[in-house]
Design a protein around this ligand. Structure first.
Ligand code: GMT
Length: 386
């Protein structure tokens, strides 16, 4: 099939999933066209069957606001005409599904030979943090209702979409996935030594885009408590507006010298491969792709029991889930796990097994293909069980 994928290129789970899906679909013989403002950071090198189309939004002194919705819709029309797209897959309801609907309208009224079907995938921020804002909610709900098929990355997000936006249509849950052959623990003793120093020091990792929802303050508070109980160091991977909070709390809590701030990194697998524990105390997380990546590398996760995280992390089996904000509970769970090598090993192995059982590309990508085939054939998308 000819598939257009619209996604955000910036560092964030939705762009990663959209790009990995595009790459996997191209390997499976589809012709894939990624439409975004920049080359998505996980796109990698040239791959047959995969093309990138840049959305340029020119500025003009008269417009104080950038017209991204219009330039995106315009690009979708051009790509759909040029490459005879069967399906447009919009990752994010706002404004990607909306732009795709507008593009479809343009194609339909201009007598295009083919008007592509629209599949929208909801990732979370587009619903629980932005989409339900009264300034956007009517258009977000409309865009979801008017798409030919809608998927959500977790059951929790599917429910939140119906509840918070009053959307009544069916939404299929297709969880996020990884290339499990690439996301696996590597044996990197030298790298580990560089960050941990001696063998007795535990390495705690946090990877995110440092938005307020990630609660970096809690990452630091939990780490400070772990550090009081045992030798440990914290690796902070990624960048974003709240990274400054980490610096400030590092100083205030007296732990700055035990924290390595690595900034944005393209390659997270080597860093996860040297980690003993992954911390994700987010306030909200529709899925928690970063936790899944950690689990694939045999890193137990201590996280908050919010949103879709319980669908990823099995409490007591692949990590621990605590109420949001429970700093003491998260620290105690982390210390308990890190102090018991047998238990730690069992949880690390269970984490990898859970990823292999449920979240590898070869399990999930066919579900998107089935969804595309169903909408292209004009039938309701079949729900393929996990
Ligand atoms: O929160 C992020 O890291 C970015 C964000 C995004 O919109 O790209 O992530 C959302 O989508 C990811 C991929 O589906 C999910 O794994 C994240 O849980 C979700 N973030 C939130 O719900 C806060």
């Amino acid at each position: 099939m000819n598939v257009g994928i619209i996604c955000y290129a910036s560092i964030g789970g939705s762009g990663v999933v959209a790009t990995e899906l595009g790459k996997a679909l191209a390997v499976r013989g589809h012709s894939v066209h990624i439409i975004s403002t920049d080359v998505p950071f996980r796109m990698g090198e040239f791959q047959a069957g995969l093309a990138f189309h840049q959305v340029l939004t020119p500025t003009y002194p008269l417009f104080r606001e950038p017209q991204y919705l219009l330039s995106l819709a315009n690009k979708v029309v051009q790509v759909a005409r040029q490459f005879d797209l069967d399906v447009i897959h919009a990752h994010y309801a706002v404004p990607h599904a909306t732009a795709a609907l507008l593009a479809r309208q343009v194609l339909a009224t201009s007598g295009a030979a083919r008007v592509p079907k629209l599949v929208a995938t909801l990732h979370g921020t587009d619903i629980t943090l932005v989409g339900n804002d009264p300034s956007y909610s009517q258009i977000v709900a409309y865009s979801i209702e008017q798409s030919d098929a809608v998927t959500a990355v977790s059951d929790s997000l599917r429910e939140a979409t119906s509840r918070e936006l009053g959307v009544e249509r069916s939404i299929q849950v297709i969880p996020n996935f990884l290339d499990c052959s690439l996301h696996r623990r590597l044996d990197l003793p030298d790298l580990r030594r560089r960050f941990a120093g001696d063998a007795g020091t535990k390495l705690i990792v946090h990877v995110s885009n440092y938005r307020p929802v990630k609660r970096i303050d809690l990452v630091m508070e939990v780490f400070a408590r772990i550090r009081r109980a045992m030798p440990a160091r914290l690796l902070l991977v990624g960048d974003g507006p709240d990274l400054g909070v980490a610096y400030r709390l590092g100083r205030e809590l007296g732990i700055a010298s035990f924290v390595d701030v690595l900034g944005a990194q393209e390659e997270v697998v080597p860093l996860l491969s040297i980690a003993d524990l992954f911390l994700l105390p987010s306030e909200q997380e529709s899925f928690g792709l970063a936790a899944l990546e950690a689990m694939a590398c045999q890193v137990p996760v201590v996280a908050s029991r919010v949103g879709g995280l319980p669908e990823v992390v099995e409490d007591g089996v692949t990590g621990r889930l605590l109420p949001a904000g429970d700093v003491e509970g998260m620290a105690a769970s982390a210390v308990e796990l890190l102090s018991d090598p047998d238990r730690h090993r069992a949880v690390a192995q269970a984490a990898r097994r859970r990823v292999l059982d449920r979240f590898c590309a070869d399990r999930i990508v066919p579900r998107y293909e089935a969804c595309y085939r169903a909408v292209a054939g004009g039938v309701d998308s079949p729900s393929i069980p996990l």
